[in-house]
Ligand binder design. Structure first.
Ligand SMILES: Cc1cc2nc3c(=O)[nH]c(=O)nc-3n(C[C@H](O)[C@H](O)[C@H](O)COP(=O)(O)O)c2cc1C
Ligand code: SF4
Ligand code: SF4
Length: 276
């Protein structure tokens, strides 16, 4: 008998969190269960380990980065979460280009971590790089779809015959495929691995919020212009700065954004997969 919903998400610009919590809270309300929220966006939460039992229902949610799960967070998903035949729902979000192999990778990670993934979904969300791609999503329709998805998955979890074949969930994609190579407007690989955000000092009030929001703890709170650690280009600092003072000026990065805007504006649908 399931007695707890656990909602785990990594969500630098908030789309994934919105969907994951909508899913968890809907099931929790209908089933009168408590929700435990584990925000993997925060470094301090990724330093701890978490164990789940057969009486938990886990919702794991993360964005697609370069066609897979964010590579700097993947080790934490693999090492910090341990299930014990724990029923789970996998949710990935993507910015209207493609989720490529991220859902397949998440399902594989869940299986290897001891969970029984019973359903997986990929949700279109506003691209962290530009609102030209899926601007305003997730909207009401997406939120309704994620609630329905979560409830359907929870009902599968009540049926022990599905739990018994918990490794049987099939989704599209290849967990072992390489990362998507971002292209520029010239069709060539856009190399912006080393790009870091800059700060417009004329706008910055030194509030320190960007340093708090950075999931990699890479912005020095004593000097927010100093990005001393790894930058995963998540845009948490750019989107989260109340003054609009953070920006990227890297040419390859900006060229990739224009390429996305030129080629990936056609409206995509959310995708759903259930164990059979
Ligand atoms: C570094 C990076 C890489 C991304 N790669 C992809 C991608 O390969 N395909 C895609 O459709 N969207 C991609 N996106 C868009 C995100 O998946 C999308 O904006 C997601 O909803 C962000 O989640 P969040 O709001 O929870 O941070 C990428 C975003 C970032 C920041
Ligand atoms: S969030 Fe914006 S205003 Fe605040 S310190 Fe960072 S750059 Fe400056
Ligand atoms: S510095 Fe890089 S990793 Fe940190 S919040 Fe900004 S974009 Fe994300």
């Amino acid at each position: 008998m399931i007695n707890r919903i656990c909602c785990i998400f990594f969500s630098p610009t908030g789309n994934t969190k919105k969907l994951a919590l909508a899913a968890a809270e809907h099931v929790a309300k209908i089933e009168s269960l408590p929700v435990d929220e584990i925000d993997f966006t925060r470094m301090e939460n990724r330093l701890k380990s978490y164990e789940f039992g057969p009486e938990d229902f886990v919702i794991l949610a993360a964005p697609t980065y370069a066609g897979k799960l964010p590579n700097k967070i993947l080790p934490d998903f693999k090492e910090k979460l341990r299930g014990d035949k724990t029923p789970a729902a996998a949710i990935v979000t993507f910015g209207n280009r493609s989720f490529d192999n991220s859902l397949a990778e998440m399902v594989q990670v869940l299986k290897e971590d001891g969970f029984c993934p019973l359903a997986g979904a990929a949700f279109v969300c506003q691209h962290a790089f530009t609102k030209v791609l899926a601007g305003g999503r997730p909207g009401e329709k997406d939120l309704k779809e994620v609630r329905d998805f979560a409830l359907k998955c929870f009902n599968l979890a009540k049926d022990t015959k599905f739990l018994a074949k918990g490794d049987g969930l099939q989704v599209v994609g290849d967990a072992d495929a390489p990362y998507y190579v971002p292209k520029g407007t010239d069709g060539q690989p856009a190399k912006f691995l080393k790009a870091k955000p800059l700060t417009d000092r004329s706008k910055c009030t030194n509030c320190g919020l960007c340093a708090e929001l950075c999931p990699m703890d890479s912005i020095n709170p004593q000097d927010i212009e100093d990005v001393h650690g790894i930058c995963i280009k998540c845009q948490a600092c750019v989107k989260g700065c109340p003054e609009g003072a953070k920006y990227f000026d890297d040419k390859a990065f900006l060229s990739h954004v224009v390429m996305l805007e030129q080629n990936f504006t056609d409206k995509k649908e959310n995708r759903f997969f259930y164990i059979m």
